[in-house]
Ligand binder design. Structure first.
Ligand SMILES: [Zn+2]
Length: 248
């Protein structure tokens, strides 16, 4: 875990309120901005006309802004659910990463994120498994932090839940002679037990789990969509996808 201490630069946003029902932060939701620059994102997140915000924004050079106090409810997560819980804005701290969506996250930006995450997790006693992506809680509606985000790097430092081991994935691939409908049911059961929303199609659930635990498997699909192809190249569901989930 990074021991660097990052002191945020204040740029207050008017877009926040009180956390409902006395809720405290128990999750951290990671985002990308999908904008051309950190400065442009900062302006958007502080503009009352847009009614969006986050607690933090990290530029691609590792510059850290804070816009909303951690004790308050920022407007970053929107509709969705995680582990059956709704109103994630009242339950989380939101961190925006300056990234257009398909390009790499820089080293200074990742180091800043790691330092900040460590501080937040200590302050609010948030465990590694409660660090989630926007795409985890809003399947189909959101793709961030996207296929280029290095979840494994966070997991190695205790800053995110590790996925199933490569060994488990290999073992699982050996079992890949089960019927496909059994496989789909087993995958859905494991994904929803972990916390992913249940009210989505099998294909979308697969995409969403891969974005979190095997993002490299989604790149061709997302690139295809960006290039206007009707369907990207989606590798079919295998037992290895079930093995990616921590509880498998
Ligand atoms: Zn987002």
């Amino acid at each position: 875990m990074s021991s660097d201490v990052y002191v945020p630069h204040w740029q207050a946003s008017p877009n926040f309120g009180s956390r409902r029902d006395g809720l405290k932060p128990q999750f951290v939701v990671l985002h990308y901005t999908a904008m051309d620059s950190g400065q442009a994102a900062l302006e958007r997140l502080c503009d009352p006309a847009f009614e969006v915000s986050a607690h933090y924004l990290i530029s691609n050079t590792g510059y850290l802004w804070q816009m909303v106090e951690e004790s308050m409810r920022a407007w970053h997560a929107g509709a969705g659910q995680w582990r059956g819980l709704e109103d994630l804005n009242s339950r989380s701290i939101g961190i925006e990463l300056d990234n257009r969506g398909m390009h790499p996250f820089s080293e200074p930006q990742m180091r800043c994120l790691e330092g900040l995450l460590g501080q937040i997790m200590r302050r609010w006693s948030i465990p590694a498994e409660n660090i989630i992506g926007h795409s985890c809680m809003a399947p189909g509606r959101k793709h961030d932090p996207g296929p280029r985000f290095d979840w494994q790097r966070l997991a190695r430092q205790g800053l995110a839940q590790p996925g199933g081991s490569a060994h488990a994935v290999r073992d699982a691939e050996d079992k890949n002679n089960v019927r496909v409908d059994d496989l789909a049911a087993a995958f859905r059961k494991a994904a929803c037990a972990y916390g992913f929303p249940a009210d989505v199609s099998d294909a979308l659930l697969l995409h969403t789990v891969r974005l979190r635990f095997a993002p490299w498997r989604t790149q061709a699909q997302i690139q295809g969509q960006l290039e206007g192809q009707l369907e990207g190249q989606t590798p079919p569901l295998t037992y290895a996808d079930i093995a990616l989930l921590p509880s498998a």
